[in-house]
Design a protein around this ligand. Sequence first.
Ligand SMILES: [Fe+2]
Ligand SMILES: [Fe+2]
Length: 148
Amino acid sequence: MNQPQTNHELFEDIRREHEELRELLGEIHRTLANRLAAVASVSAMLVSLGDHIKTHFEEEETTGLFDNIVDRAPRLSERIDALRTEHQQLLAVVRQLNEVARNGDGSVDWWQRLNTDFHKFSAELMHHETAENDILLEAYTDDIGASD
Ligand SMILES: [Fe+2]
Ligand SMILES: [Fe+2]
């Protein structure tokens, strides 16, 4: 059930989720770098990452966060559109990553490929979330606390 949230709560929720995502990426990075898991569990871990990200993106797009930002600061609308486009691009990359993982054979080449692909994806996702944090700050800092 969706409880109505204040702007401040919405802002804090998303910032917290960005922190959680960063930690999750760190864990996966360590697992891949040290080859700590079996092929099947690597694949499951990346499927779970994909689900997590999909839910996160949907939340940003459907809880009113993005619309709310544009309402407050129409000058940010192009940057919000760019974030929506990036969501689709990032989901496509994570699907590819899942494909590579699913077809894993545990070979050295496979581990290296997965590691490289994951790194690239991880950097792109963090870049996206940082841009989003900047926009959140820009949209909400002016009157945060004042409106709640
Ligand atoms: Fe996002
Ligand atoms: Fe985000």
